[in-house]
Each structure stands twice: as structure tokens, then as C-alpha cells.
Design a protein around this ligand. Structure first.
Ligand code: AMP
Length: 434
């Protein structure tokens, strides 16, 4: 038999890891709701043209990393797995006439993205993003709202040392002149450019600015800065975004080299980094304004802004800080065990009644001796073992508090209430940690 493995660049999230993921997904959904962002789900694949137009053909994401789906011969369409959420969400905005809804339309999605990247730590071929989009608001206040929301997400997740890097990349009015000047800067130094960067010079010169190639550090240090070339409208917008962030007390650092890899961005661009990790191409998350995107995908000109926060890198960072999955997460409150190994029906019935009453309970369904069943309950980290024995004829069971080592007889009719009460008293009692 061949040995099957998860495809390269993908991972199975095992039950010991998933409590952290569940917590982060819930936090994302709670925060999105609290800020008025409503859930949307779009397909995991779209017509390739949605990404070619919406992300940009001269980007790594489309040129090298797009997961193309080989079409069946009778289907002429070309599809690709989504490498990022914004293009699909904006496609949905246009398709469903969301321009006629009250603006802005505030949307959120958390799900898998796919990039045919070279796998390495923190870089996978399937990864998860928490995404936020506000479509139909030109800012600048909503720009600050979104950056503050992203910062809060990391803080509430328990990650320390997250920094916001901020820039403005101008718009169609001021960027062309800047790009011409930037290109001239690199042309003057063409002999020093690494071949990859030389190749990008004519196609997407902005990308050279955030190159991580050490040879580019000196060349980029004295490159013209977009923020010195903003038109009046963009400069005002940028100043207003900063003023709003200051008013909210959100710290940020201006980073003139931050351009983001996607063509559709205008004006505000930002990334979240762990302090001291800025150089490693390992942004925790990022986003920006995309005032040209709705029109590119066939809608009326409509401004928009959003972010994508990578959950995989957040989990890695939390683990590094010792804040990953907590041991014992998912332990049952009660395990129902029995003196008669064969009487699985009674154990299952009592566990079912506890579950119906909202209690996390497991029945030991193995036909093994009571001692073994009790060992299993302790190993699970259960708070209670419920021992079904002869008392059952009188409608009673033994309730054993495993950490305390105490035991008492409880009528089955009162069992759920008694377990809930004792469990709550234990969790909230003196010295309780949660
Ligand atoms: P980007 O759209 O490239 O700015 O990505 C937004 C966020 O998604 C990044 O900051 C990462 O946290 C995450 N991300 C992007 N690509 C990958 C990948 N290949 N593997 C894991 N996370 C990724």
C-alpha cells in the first residue's frame, strides 16, 4: 500500500491544536459583529479572471502562486482557488447589487486561502484568514476604525508586541508621476539590481521597494518616497487617518517602504508585525484601501478598505509566547462509568440526559471493569465520575468529585443540576483560574 500524506504545504489541525483555532475564530466573529461587520461566505474558487483583475496580473500571487484548477475539457472556464478574500467579496458586492444597499457595506469572512507558494515555516499552501471589508466609504475615519479593529483582535487574542506599520501609496492622480521617478531611480542603479528585481522594474516597480533582498537595502534607502509625492487629496487623507488613529490611541509606525503586493490598493496601506520581525517577510496581517477595485470588477466606482489577518501565523506567534492551546481544553465535565461492564445502555442514557441539560459528558462504552473506567475518566481530566451501580434500582447514582476525592449519592433526577452547581462552584471558587 502507498503511504498517503496531506499534500505538501498543507496540514491537518489535530484536536490538541484546534481549541486555539476555535477560540480565534470565535473572537474574530464576535469582534466583527460588535463592530457591525456582517458575515459573508464566497466560494473557495472563482473564475481566474476575478483574481487576475482583482489582484493584478503582475503580482506574485497571480503570476506564481495561483492554484489553478484544471478544467474538464467540456468546460471552457478557467477557475482558481482563492488566494485572498477581497476579490471574491467585491465580485459578490457587484453581482448582488450591494451598491444599492445603505453604504458602507461592512462584511467579514474567515476561511481558507490557497497559494502555490514554496512551503516553509509560516508559509503554507492552504492557510486561514480573518477578513474584514468596508465597501462604499471613502474614509478616512473608517480606515482608522479598521486598523483599530485589527489591533484589538491581536490584543484580545493575547498576542503581545504587535506593531502597526502604516503608509499611503497615493492614487491614480499622484502615483504615476511617483512611479516614473522611482523607475528612474532604479534605472540609474540598474547594474546593482538583482536579476529578479531588474525583471520587475518595468512591470511592477513598486514591488522593488519592499524587496527583502539584502542587495536592495542600500538602493532602497535613498529611493524617492511616495509620501513626499502625494497629491493634496491623498496627503490630506493620510493626515486624517493618522489624526483618527491618534484620537483612538492606536500606536503605529510610518513605513514609507510598505507598498503591499496587490495592484488594487490605493492610499492607506498597513501591516501588522511582531515587534522586531519586520524584515522577515512574515507579516501577521495586512490590508489597505482599494478605491479602484469595484470598478475593475465591473461595478460603479466605489471606495473600499479591508484587512486580511493570517490565523496560521497568529497561532505560531501565540505558541512562541506560550499562549497556544491550553492543556486539558475539551476535557469532559463528567464521565459516566458503571459497575456492570455490560450495562452500556444505562451509562449512555445518563450521559445523554446530562448532555441534553447542557453538560459536557462522556459515557464509558467499553465493556471493561469499573477500575479501568475510572482510570479513563481521570486520564480525560474529567471533574466528575458518575458511577452507575446497584443504587440505580432506587433511581440514584454515585457522584465522585475526582480532584477532591469525595463521593456522594445523588438521585438521577437531580444529577444534572448537582453536577452543574458543583462544577460552577469549583470553577469560580477560591483559587479558581477561569
Ligand atoms: P497578504 O494578502 O499576502 O498580505 O496576506 C495577508 C496575511 O495572510 C499575511 O499577513 C499572513 O498572515 C497570511 N498569509 C499570506 N500568505 C500566507 C501563507 N502562504 N501561509 C500562511 N499565511 C499566509
Amino acid at each position: 500500500m502507498p503511504t498517503f500524506r496531506a499534500p505538501r504545504g498543507t496540514r491537518d489541525l489535530l484536536p490538541d491544536e484546534t481549541p486555539t483555532w476555535t477560540r480565534l475564530e470565535r473572537l474574530a466573529s464576535d469582534l466583527a459583529t460588535r463592530y457591525g461587520y456582517r458575515r459573508i461566505e464566497t466560494p473557495m474558487f472563482e473564475q481566474t479572471a476575478v483574481f487576475e483583475r482583482g489582484v493584478g496580473e503582475v503580482t506574485d500571487i497571480v503570476e506564481k502562486e495561483l492554484f489553478r484548477i484544471a478544467p474538464r475539457s467540456e468546460e471552457a472556464e478557467s477557475w482558481s482557488l482563492r488566494p485572498e478574500p477581497t476579490a471574491g467579496i467585491v465580485r459578490a458586492y457587484v453581482q448582488h447589487g450591494m451598491q444599492t444597499w445603505p453604504q458602507p457595506v461592512k462584511l467579514s469572512m474567515t476561511g481558507s486561502m490557497f497559494r502555490y507558494d514554496r512551503p516553509q515555516a509560516g508559509r503554507y499552501r492552504q492557510f486561514w484568514q480573518f477578513d474584514i471589508e468596508a465597501i462604499g466609504d471613502p474614509g478616512p475615519a473608517v480606515d482608522a476604525e479598521i486598523i483599530e479593529l485589527g489591533s484589538r483582535y491581536y490584543r484580545d487574542a493575547g498576542l503581545e508586541g504587535v506593531e502597526v506599520l502604516l503608509n499611503s501609496i497615493g492614487d491614480a492622480a499622484c502615483r504615476p508621476a511617483y512611479i516614473a521617478e522611482l523607475r528612474a531611480h532604479y534605472r540609474d542603479r540598474i547594474d546593482a539590481l538583482p536579476p529578479v528585481e531588474r525583471d520587475r522594474l518595468d512591470r511592477n516597480v513598486l514591488r522593488l521597494l519592499d524587496s527583502k533582498d539584502p542587495a536592495m537595502t542600500a538602493i532602497n534607502a535613498d529611493a524617492p518616497r511616495i509620501t513626499d509625492h502625494l497629491c493634496e487629496d491623498c496627503a490630506t487623507h493620510f493626515a486624517d487617518v493618522r489624526a483618527h488613529l491618534d484620537a483612538l490611541g492606536v500606536p503605529y509606525r510610518l513605513e514609507p517602504g510598505l507598498v503591499r503586493g496587490l495592484d488594487y490598493y490605493t492610499r492607506t496601506a498597513f501591516e501588522f508585525y511582531l515587534h522586531g520581525r519586520e524584515g522577515q517577510q512574515q507579516a501577521l496581517g495586512g490590508g489597505g484601501r482599494y478605491d479602484g477595485l469595484v470598478e475593475l470588477l465591473g461595478g460603479r466606482p466605489t471606495p473600499g478598505i479591508g484587512f486580511g489577518i493570517g490565523l496560521d501565523r497568529l497561532v505560531l506567534a501565540l505558541e512562541e509566547q506560550g499562549r497556544g492551546s491550553s492543556a486539558g481544553a475539551g476535557a469532559p465535565t463528567a464521565v459516566v462509568v458503571g459497575a456492570d461492564p455490560a450495562d452500556t445502555a444505562s451509562r449512555l442514557r445518563i450521559a445523554t440526559e446530562l448532555r441534553a441539560a447542557g453538560i459536557t459528558a462522556r459515557a464509558d462504552l467499553a465493556r471493561r471493569k469499573l477500575g479501568k473506567q475510572l482510570e479513563g475518566a481521570s486520564r480525560d481530566g474529567a471533574h466528575f465520575a458518575i458511577i452507575v451501580g446497584d443504587e440505580l434500582a432506587a433511581g440514584e447514582v454515585q457522584l465522585r468529585d475526582l480532584p477532591a476525592g469525595t463521593q456522594k449519592v445523588v438521585p438521577v433526577a437531580d444529577l444534572a443540576r448537582e453536577v452543574a452547581r458543583s462544577h460552577a462552584a469549583h470553577r469560580h471558587g477560591p483559587g479558581a483560574s477561569d
